[in-house]
Write a protein that binds this ligand. Structure first.
Ligand SMILES: [Zn+2]
Length: 476
């Protein structure tokens, strides 16, 4: 079997994609979008380093954009196989891809508009819709053809896909429906082998969803390393810090802006705030989920309760809806989003999570110059994004072409992370009773992947490899 490492290697965190070539079957695991710095995002337009028509199956670990964002491009470029995932991943992937398509259409329209105004005497309307979406990798019209290719399976079921490949999905504890893949195959030497693709792993004890499964055996493991270099602050201190920010905002009637990832983080925050409000720990604040994508994702969370952990299930059984409480409003329309912009005594959760676009930008423009405003980061900020610049202490930022002074109070609550930290990753690797022959470390920046690789060698006495983009390995 040959594995080719593409995205999420060479110190790049995004663009997850791995090509697994077995004797009779070719499987692509994830087909993610590159996000962050310009030179990284430019990779999205590069041709695939394989022929999509020759890929039999696409296995999706979960629905985050950096794992599913290029699936429509794959289909447009000739992929005719099946997409294997959980049902929750399928539902979430649909709204994530739709949203990405919409952003690309808008960007392409904006670019063509600019072009038109630069060449206004050419009397060229640009050829209608075609030109308006020129430059987009795909549009919303491409998504239905993608959805037809899905084949969903439950977690834990062993499924034989072809004569030489069998797989099973396992709980990854990262976001709703997220899995790791166990894949059994026959090597070119005729040996029975198994490779495990971790996908993104979550923290043990995270809210709503179940904890990651521990997997007993593997010959080869591909593991993410987003937080391979450090440990999160513990969850309780994160919650106390969050509560203190909310109490402060309630007292001062100030505002709290939370750049929120639409899937998982938004729902997890609602879950925690619901507990604070129900217990009377914070009073007098208004809460807004100001993100159409987060609203849709919350609806999907309501649909798939079979993925919830015991605490979330018993909360539901007791009649408490974690996604609805006093003071909470879902603002879907642009009109409502504008209405709440100047609101005080308010907590606004808006996308995008790394402040690269979306409604959070106009809330930041409003809030950043004010000393009493709080900006709360609750997720990983990729280098090159506005979120990262704010976290790194920028005193002036440019939003929509306007220079905005930063006087607001910045908070980073990384205990909310949907990612396993260094301790969790090593613990997960330790569970392999039968030592893997090789551990491939991906999905981390240079620092994080290098530190994790060293620990895997020193503490676990395993071979650790940090692949570069395009590198291929023969696994016998
Ligand atoms: Zn993820």
């Amino acid at each position: 079997m040959k594995i080719k490492f593409m995205g999420a290697t060479g110190g790049i965190v995004t663009g997850s994609s791995y090509l697994l070539q077995f004797a009779n079957t070719t499987i692509l695991v994830d087909c993610g979008m590159y996000q962050g710095e310009e030179h990284v995002e430019r990779l999205n337009a590069e041709p695939f380093p394989y022929d999509p028509a020759k890929v039999d199956y696409l296995f999706l670990t979960h629905a985050h954009l950096d794992h599913v964002g290029l699936v429509p491009k794959l289909v447009k470029h000739g992929f005719t196989g099946k997409i294997i995932s959980t049902d929750a991943t399928k539902s979430l992937a649909e709204i994530i891809m739709m949203d990405a398509a919409k952003i690309q259409e808008e960007d392409a329209y904006y670019r063509s508009d600019e072009r038109r105004s630069n060449h206004s005497n050419e009397h060229d309307d640009g050829g209608g819709q075609q030109a308006q979406v020129g430059g987009a990798l795909y549009t919303r019209a491409d998504i239905p053809a993608v959805m037809e290719k899905f084949e969903t399976h439950p977690i834990g079921q062993q499924i034989k896909v072809t004569s030489d490949v069998t797989f099973r999905m396992r709980e990854a504890g990262h976001i709703l429906g997220a899995v790791s893949f166990e894949i059994w195959y026959t090597s070119s030497q005729g040996r029975e082998r198994k490779i495990v693709m971790s996908g993104d792993l979550g923290q043990t004890g995270a809210r709503i969803i179940k904890d990651p499964d521990f997997i007993r055996e593997a010959d080869y493991v591909v593991i993410e390393s987003t937080y391979g270099g450090r440990n999160h602050k513990d969850k309780n201190s994160t919650l106390l810090e969050f509560l203190a920010i909310l109490q402060d905002a309630a007292k001062e009637k100030s505002r709290v802006i939370i750049p929120t990832f639409a899937v998982e983080r938004a729902q997890e925050l609602l879950y925690e705030i619901n507990l604070f409000v129900e217990r009377g720990l914070v009073k007098g604040l208004k809460y807004f989920v100001d993100s159409p994508l987060a609203i849709k994702a919350t609806e999907i969370f309501r649909m798939y309760k079979n993925y919830y952990d015991e605490d979330a299930v018993s909360m539901l059984n007791a009649g408490d809806d974690p996604f609805m409480f006093r003071g909470l409003e879902y603002t879907e329309s642009v009109h409502d989003s504008r209405r709440i912009a100047g609101e005080r005594g308010a907590v606004i959760m808006a996308g995008s999570g790394m402040c690269t676009g979306g409604r959070v930008l106009h809330h930041l423009m409003n809030a950043l110059p004010h000393k009493d405003a709080h900006i709360v980061f609750v997720g990983f900020q990729v280098p090159g994004t506005l979120g990262r610049r704010l976290v790194d202490g920028a005193t002036m930022v440019r939003i929509h072409g306007v220079d905005i002074p930063v006087r607001a109070q910045m908070h980073t609550l990384n205990g909310f992370s949907a990612h396993a930290d260094q301790h969790d990753l090593l613990y997960w690797l330790r569970s392999f009773g039968h030592s893997p022959r090789e551990v491939f470390i991906t999905h981390g920046d240079q620092t994080n992947r290098t530190i994790l690789a060293q620990l895997v060698r020193d503490d676990l006495q395993l071979n650790a490899v940090t692949p570069e983009p395009g590198q291929e390995y023969e696994l016998d």
